[in-house]
Design a protein around this ligand. Sequence first.
Ligand code: NAP
Length: 248
Amino acid sequence: MAGPDRKILILGGTGEGRLLAGLLHVEKNLKVITSLAGRTSAPELPAGEWRSGGFGGAEGLATYLMAEAISLVADATHPFAATMSRNAAEACRQVGIAYVRLERPAWRRARGDRWRPVESVAAAAAAIPARARALVTVGQRDIAAFFARADTRILARMIEPPQIPLPPHVDLLLARPPFSLDAELALFREHGTNVLVCRNSGGDATKAKLAATRELHLPVIMIERPEKPAAPSAATPEGLRSLILELA
Ligand code: NAP
């Protein structure tokens, strides 16, 4: 059971991170701080305390953990935020505190799916057939990998605009999940999209695009998840809450 005034650091930036903060915030004896990377201009804020911005690698995070007397780090970052997870596991090892993770289940191929798995964004960009019209949902940080594919038409959907100008063959679509199947089908049809490039992020908010490709018999270039460090984990905020209450 949790002792008095134990401090938990949630590494957030996801819906699950916010849900977890809401669940832990109401626990007596626990103080919850959520850390956000600070990349989003108007982030949805969690319950409890929050802070924003990088720590300065594993060393910087270890210093922060000691200064704040954190007793457990709950990593609820996005499945593709691999650097933060690596740093967090290492910092917790250095400081000697528990590191647990929310492991959002990956999407699984269903009957009729035409997925081509690839290991990286660069491999995904190379795998788009010439003259294809691709919907690309890799986020603003990775869109530059598609700039050399001027032999294709790219519809780049993301939440925040990229910091760099886009070449003429890349059209920008700013949109915030969740997306419905009807909206995804309409988007594919409107743009004549004939291939989807996405990351295996998992979760419900953006999975309708996969149902749309199934319905339209379109191929998907699926970027596989990066490895994250081994850690006690749970698939849901509720599951991670139980684990944390056992460990904290
Ligand atoms: P990343 O590549 O793993 O991390 C890069 C650096 O950003 C980290 O080394 C760290 O800087 C800083 N950082 C990342 N997450 C942080 C957090 N929660 N609090 C404080 N600093 C953080 O991460 P990313 O892919 O850029 O993702 C950044 C944030 O956006 C994460 O919170 C993630 O959950 C969220 N997010 C990411 C994606 C995605 O597609 N990658 C999608 C949705 C949400 P220092 O080394 O200086 O500590």
